[in-house]
Design a binder for this molecule. Structure first.
Ligand code: C2G
Length: 787
């Protein structure tokens, strides 16, 4: 057998499943899989039953030892293959990864073949169906191999080091240069052919050997992942991971393999997906664990590693360069902020000693800022080191501030505005990132303005300065300097999405998060992975939501979800949704007529509102989603036009505009209208999909249809739902435009059919709404009567 794949597993069964699926899909099959479990709590029986045979899998359990090093060592002890391939249980491969790696050993008999690592936070199915097809996103993924040392002290933000590019080899060994070996073009005997082939391989080996050993023997990255290694090199030299190390066992292992290996290849098309965990709170990857012992282990791993290789060797110099990188990129910037003295004293000294013992040529290679910084360290000049970092960061920041208004606003917020006193009666309101005057913040604001005129100073974050907002207020644009100013000075915050990461919660300030819908789609900590958001989504969300004092919940169902999905444990306001008050207004008929007039919608026609949501996997860029209208408007107009008009309303994330050419008198695009709650009032039927709009609309008890043409993908691949749509929603699930058309024609029958379900649904999701939610929420949070 050719390849032994060694997978250490500690936790995260969903990740493991993805990993095993990708292994099963490999078009290279001559392998064994060695799964080594490190004291697991999850039950893997089902996975073993499903994949065991296909993957030629054996499962072992660590007994006395623990850790990834011990798990890999056990795997090595059991392995039988000619080559070893380490794969982490939370990562996955492209379909041809192993085939490509193995292929390149055939020609060259390489001891080591490097592939390419990419990073992604997507689960396998989404990555394969979306990211690979989306060139932009593909490019956005980091192509560089990451250096495990950078993760020291979890300073992931520092990104990839440029030196990691100094790979073991950068010749074009991928492209076999066969031009000199065109013997095939003339008739040759079998022996001649074989002799030619042997010559070719020998030449290639010699070339590779010469190139690698003499000049390019280096460390591509401090990780054993995505490297096919000859097992004989490992066994003949008794190479094992040092089990003492919890975080940094790869380096010394890799360095030994490099020391003994002779022939190196790389195959950049062999891709390994290093999956980022975006729930670093509940399921951190090793590199995300914050452990006070990390630095010491890192240093110990360094000393251990250099003890294994000759002092005057290329390898040693490469290892030393990694340390310099760590100092420049991670350690020195950290010195500025850390309140822990150990960084400035003992640890600085430890690094100083290391760098002073390095070969001078390593120091000489450093240039400019890096060189000055290293020199400061060598002299033990802490102050200078700090000055240099400050100067460097200051320079970068200054450049950013003068070229970017947002950066300036943030800078002023932190360095100036926050120093001014907080104003007790100032209230800042925002709905959907300043995109509209709408949703619960609007209704809470109107209640307070009407009930307590002059008592508060209101600031509305709104990007369209011409927005029609009643009552006295100030408008500010999101991310403007005035916005930053009011963010710093207001006591009260009323908003329905999240706030920028840099917003601080001042002592005594009050954050009222109204949220923007009863959840159908799984949210944050209940989601497997978040597709459209950054890998930091969960941790950021966690930090943001710690600032909320109150969270509005429209029903008890939402409260339960919010507690688990947001890990929210402060005060839940269960009074219904302020944004739904209007649906109980006594003058809602008049309001509807006047809105119809305002929007030019015929008064004599019934209206069907189509309000779909967005799809996590269909986007142009961050917050810019695609939407393709699947309703056949022309046919609808033909068949329904006498009786109905259609109101179209896309989600605020949707960047595409809808094409209504030819049906302008039938289909009205209200996507830009601020407040969907007002549109509900003028809608006789709602068509939606997985949007929370149906929970709100149900307050009107009017008929609903669900146009769920991509139900399976949405439910099973992208998000997952909190309720069973097939069983619970108060209307039929429809899959084609024709079915929607038929349903509208038979709406009375559908209403009758779904009457009972509607009642149950209403009781579960709408029973707290009574038209006074704004009042209850405002009185609880602002408590103005007692102020
Ligand atoms: N919305 C809208 N027009 C649409 C869809 C939605 O105006 N075509 C508004 C509604 O107020 C809706 C809110 O945006 O309730 C949230 O939209 P959803 O489609 O439910 O999607 P999402 O933004 O993902 O939020 O807990 C709720 C979820 O987070 C849903």
């Amino acid at each position: 057998m050719k390849v032994s794949v060694i997978i250490p597993f500690h936790y995260g069964i969903a990740f493991l499943e993805d990993c095993l699926i990708s292994l099963r899909e490999q078009n290279y099959r001559d392998l064994e899989t060695i799964l080594v479990c490190d004291h697991i709590e999850e039950n893997i029986d089902v996975l073993v039953a499903e994949f065991g045979q296909d993957l030629n899998m054996s499962v072992y359990h660590l007994d006395e030892t623990t850790g990834v090093a011990a798990a890999r060592n056990l795997g090595l002890d059991k392995a039988q293959g000619e080559y070893i391939y380490f794969l982490d249980s939370d990562d996955y491969l492209y379909i041809d990864t192993l085939a490509l790696l193995v292929e390149s050993t055939i020609d060259t008999d390489a001891d080591i073949v490097y592939g390419k690592k990419k990073r992604s936070w997507f689960k396998r199915s989404v990555y394969m169906s979306t990211v690979m097809e989306n060139a932009d996103e593909e490019n956005a993924e980091s192509d560089e191999d990451n250096n495990a040392f950078e993760d020291a002290e979890s300073n992931a933000e520092n990104g990839n080091e440029s030196e990691s590019k100094s790979s073991i080899d950068d010749d074009n060994s991928d492209e076999d240069d066969d031009s000199a070996d065109d013997e095939n073009e003339v008739e040759l005997s079998e022996e001649e052919l074989m002799a030619a082939e042997e010559r070719r391989i020998r030449r290639k080996r010699e070339r590779a050997h010469h190139t690698m050993v003499t000049t390019r023997k280096g460390i591509r990255n401090v990780s054993v992942l995505n490297i096919l290694m000859k097992r004989s090199v490992i066994e003949e030299n008794n190479i094992r991971f040092n089990e003492k190390f919890k975080f940094y066992s790869d380096l010394s292992f890799l360095v030994q393999v490099l020391e003994y290996a002779q022939i190196f290849e790389k195959k950049m098309r062999a891709v390994y997906i290093k999956r980022k965990h975006n729930d670093s709170i509940n399921m951190p990857a090793l590199s995300q664990i914050k452990d006070p012992g990390k630095f010491d282990e890192y240093i110990e791993a360094y000393y251990y590693t250099i003890s294994l290789i000759p002092e005057d060797s290329t390898l040693r110099r490469r290892v030393d360069r990694k340390i310099i990188n760590y100092y420049v990129k991670t350690f020195a910037p950290k010195l500025r902020r850390s309140t822990n003295d150990a960084w400035r004293t003992e640890r600085f000294e430890i690094l100083r000693k290391i760098v002073n013992n390095m070969d001078p040529s390593v120091i000489k290679m450093q240039k400019g800022y890096r060189k000055r910084l290293v020199k400061a360290l060598m002299k033990g000049d802490l102050k200078k080191s700090q000055r240099l970092v400050n100067w460097d960061l200051g320079k970068k920041k200054f450049k950013k501030i003068i070229t970017n208004k947002r950066a300036l606003a943030k800078f002023l917020y932190i360095h100036s505005f926050l120093k001014k006193p907080m104003m007790e009666n100032w209230v800042i309101c925002e709905s959907f990132f300043g995109k509209s005057y709408s949703d619960s913040p609007k209704y809470i604001y109107e209640y307070l303005s009407k009930t307590y005129p002059g008592k508060y100073k209101f600031i509305w974050v709104i990007n369209n300065k011409k927005s029609d907002i009643p009552y006295p207020h100030k408008k500010v644009k999101r991310f403007s300097i005035r916005y930053a100013y009011y963010l710093a000075r207001c006591k009260y915050f009323v908003f329905n999405v999240r706030q920028p990461r840099w917003v601080r919660k001042r002592e005594g300030s009050i954050f009222l998060e109204t949220w923007h819908g009863t959840p159908l789609k799984r949210l944050v900590f209940d989601q497997d992975e978040v597709c459209g958001a950054s890998p930091q989504h969960k941790i950021q969300f966690y930090k943001d939501s710690r600032k909320w004092d109150y969270l509005v919940s429209a029903n008890y169902f939402s409260s339960d979800v919010f507690r688990s999905a947001f890990m929210f444990d402060k005060e839940m306001l269960e009074f219904g949704y302020p944004r739904n008050d209007i649906l109980y207004a006594t003058d809602k008929e008049e309001k509807a007529i006047s809105l119809k007039k305002k929007l030019g919608i015929p008064l004599d026609k019934k209206t069907v509102l189509y309000a779909p949501t967005w799809r996590d996997d269909e986007f142009y860029g961050s917050g810019q989603y695609k939407f393709e209208l699947k309703l056949d408007l022309r046919k609808m107009k033909q068949e329904l036009g006498d009786e109905y008009v259609v109101l179209l309303r896309t989600h605020y994330y949707i960047a595409d505009s809808l094409d209504t050419t030819g049906v302008e008198d039938f289909a009205f695009n209200l996507s830009k209208y601020d407040d969907i709650a007002e549109i509900y009032l003028i809608s006789d039927i709602l068509i939606t999909d997985y949007s929370s709009v149906f929970f709100d609309y149900a307050n009107l008890q009017r008929p609903m249809l669900f146009f769920t043409y991509d139900l399976e993908k949405y439910r099973d691949v992208l998000r997952g739902f909190y309720i069973d749509m097939l069983e619970e929603v108060p209307g039929p699930l429809l899959f084609t435009s024709d079915e929607v058309l038929e349903a509208i024609k038979n709406i009375d029958k559908i209403e009758r059919e779904y009457r009972d379900r509607y009642r149950v649904f209403y009781d579960k999701f709408c029973s707290l709404d009574d038209g006074h939610a704004s009042e209850h929420v405002a009185e609880t949070v602002f408590n103005p009567k007692n102020n």
